[in-house]
Design a protein around this ligand. Sequence first.
Ligand SMILES: Nc1ncnc2c1ncn2[C@@H]1O[C@H](COP(=O)(O)OP(=O)(O)O)[C@@H](O)[C@H]1O
Ligand SMILES: [Mg+2]
Length: 442
Amino acid sequence: MAGSSPTLRLLVGLGVTLLAVTAFSFYALSQIHGLRRLQREIVDRNRKDSLQLIRIQNDLNSLALSLRDMLEGSEPYPLEAYAVEFKRIRSDLEDAFRLEKELSPATRLPDQQNAMQASLKRLWDRTDQMFALAASGKEGEAKQMIRSQVLPEQAALTALVARLLVANNEAEQQTADRIEAIYQGVERNVYYFLSAVLLTITAMSLYLIRANKRIFGELASLSRQRQVLAQKLISVQEDIFRSVSRELHDDFGQILTAIGVMLRRAERKGLPENSPFRSDLLEIRETAQQTLEKLRSLSQTLHPNVLEDFGLEKTLEWYVRQFEKQTGLVIRYEKRGIGPLLKEKDAIHVYRILQEALNNVVRHAQVAEAEVLVEYTDEGLRLSVEDHGVGMPDPRPESVRGLGLIGMQERAELLRGRLRFERPAQGGLRVALEIPFREAAV
Ligand SMILES: Nc1ncnc2c1ncn2[C@@H]1O[C@H](COP(=O)(O)OP(=O)(O)O)[C@@H](O)[C@H]1O
Ligand SMILES: [Mg+2]
């Protein structure tokens, strides 16, 4: 009937769940770190690089505009007058190229970078030559140079920069796609993880509920078995006590009484008053009489016949008085109200509870007085045995639940009643039994 304990399985379940949560937390954190790195190292850097490329494009456009102005000669200045403007654009371009080189993304090929640098260098070389020609008064040759060499180089460089911008955009798009894929992966895994955790928790809870139910079932059944056994024991004990008591009283009592009668008859059979045989017979008769009294007393202790003859109330009172005589305990006995007669088979349990409670007072309470109250109420019978002695140790250790207390409890349950061990205000112990008439009355 005993099933295995669920503790080990629950511990394993708990361990697996904790491990899964830890592993998933590490996974989620590493994904977040990865995302942050992608964002910082690729996307942000790419954008900054693109800004520099756009700046370069602007400068190159300004340069082209100035070159066209120089060619069309719409302004009334000599070509040399443009040198200041070119210097400004050049310094800005140099700065932009330097920054752009620092920021250039990882996808940039060295060839592309070199080609751009070379083109820039060619552009400045040709511009310098062009201004040199203009300075020496060869405006016509200078313009020819603008047309055939400077402008084409500017256009080539502009095209190169535009290609790099497009490449940057593509790289950014790819990174955005990667980031999106990571987000989707994490999201999917969160759903899987949550489902797995919910499933595990549900399975564990179901298992726990089932195990609990089984354990409680086993406990209830064990408790029932124990109760049945204890009550069986009590009733067998009562049967044996009753039959031994009857045997002693009826059979052996009869025999001893008969022996006494026969001895008395023998005494009278003409024996002289002072014959030693007669005094022997007298002695034997007295011994038989004493044995008969002891036998009756033993018979009463085993099972009080007074219960059958006079009912519970009288028996309790008789026992209390007898107990006082035997032990010297002073007992205040009180009976309140009147009630129906209890069946003998129920009354014996009340009697035994009183017996045990009074014996406990003498054995454990360390007092010389006790109170016994028998009370009939509308609902049933109440018996309380109270002393103001040392009381039960508190909290009551397991060892204190001796067989006497358990026996009292079992008898109370046999009566469908309730037995409580209370501490009166003055200290000590009150054993309070309550039994309903409905169950116990005749
Ligand atoms: N009236 C009482 N006063 C103090 N302690 C008591 C009293 N009745 C019972 N006890 C405590 O409860 C314990 C169990 O009692 P019981 O089951 O009758 O076993 P036993 O009398 O054989 O020791 C006792 O050993 C004692 O410590
Ligand atoms: Mg006892």
